[in-house]
Write a protein that binds this ligand. Structure first.
Ligand SMILES: NC(=O)c1ccc[n+]([C@@H]2O[C@H](COP(=O)([O-])OP(=O)(O)OC[C@H]3O[C@@H](n4cnc5c(N)ncnc54)[C@H](O)[C@@H]3O)[C@@H](O)[C@H]2O)c1
Length: 254
């Protein structure tokens, strides 16, 4: 369908070397976009993502960079524009998670999660908007989490939950600043999703709880994040900005 067609769009995905970001990068290419794939230096997954996109007949670019460094994000956007063309679609998926009881959580651990999940999304959006706003055309989708709206029972991650609430409100704030300048900003809030992080054998018991607590009765696959990302990035969502699209199998209803 033309509404969801991303042919001619130049996309930029952070966290594209693994999990949700990797699958969305390939998904945007399936919908027709050429894609710059950004992840930490040494990310083995980046080459895999690029290979999958090129196999679809789309152009791809592997870019090593750290989302917490403004200069890296500026350079990544510049490389994208130089090698692929005018950036028009961005998905910011880079993020980290860990757990500790709040009363024992060190300031360093708190700040590290905030740095990657909040500063990183802000710096990515800023670099992307600086080239999109003058052209008055673009879409940014930030990957937040249902943990930005609810508190996951049994998971001690006050820092992570707070960082994702910040991503949701940052996305809405940027959407309002840029709404009359042709740039839409939305976020996707996944529920429990089968990514490398959640496939480790030591999380097997936790996975059973995730499945039980999700109304649809299972965890999401990364494939199920593609439709929402393509939708928000496409003409189909031309009147959507400031949306937090919760993709959680019904979790937040309970
Ligand atoms: N898996 C889930 O259940 C789930 C649920 C809700 C939200 N999310 C969010 O989805 C996003 C992707 O998570 P995932 O499960 O695919 O994790 P993942 O670990 O598989 O992928 C995250 C990617 O981000 C990259 N990254 C981390 N720090 C970075 C930095 N400083 N600069 C550049 N890249 C960096 C990692 O190298 C990795 O490739 C995260 O923001 C996460 O919080 C995940």
């Amino acid at each position: 369908m033309d509404l969801f067609d991303l042919r001619g769009e130049i996309a930029f995905v952070t966290g594209a070397g693994s999990g949700i970001g990797q699958r969305i990068a390939v998904g945007l290419a399936e919908a027709g976009a050429d894609v710059a794939c950004v992840d930490l230096p040494g990310s083995a997954g980046l080459a895999v993502t690029v290979g999958q996109i090129e196999a679809l007949g789309r152009r791809a670019l592997a870019i090593e960079g750290n989302v917490t460094r403004a200069a890296d994000m500026e350079a990544a956007v510049a490389a994208t524009e130089r090698d692929l063309g005018a950036l028009s679609v961005a998905v910011n998926s880079a993020g980290i998670a860990n757990a500790a009881p709040a009363e024992e959580l060190s300031l360093e651990q708190w700040q590290r999660v905030m740095q990657v999940n909040v500063d990183g999304v802000f710096l990515s959006c800023q670099a992307q908007a600086r080239v999109m706003l003058p052209r008055r055309r673009g879409s940014i989708v930030n990957i937040a989490s249902m943990s930005g709206s609810i508190v996951n029972r049994g998971l001690l991650q006050a820092h992570y939950n707070s960082s994702k609430a910040a991503v949701i409100h940052l996305s809405k704030s940027l959407a309002m600043e840029w709404s009359d300048r042709g740039l839409r900003v939305n976020c996707i809030s996944p529920g429990y999703t089968l990514t490398p992080m959640n496939l480790r054998p030591e999380v097997a018991e936790q996975r059973k709880i995730f499945e039980r607590d999700t109304p649809i009765g299972r965890m999401a696959t990364v494939d199920e994040m593609v439709g929402p990302a393509v939708f928000l990035s496409s003409k189909a969502a031309s009147f959507c900005t400031g949306v937090d699209l919760i993709v959680d199998g019904g979790f937040v209803c309970w």
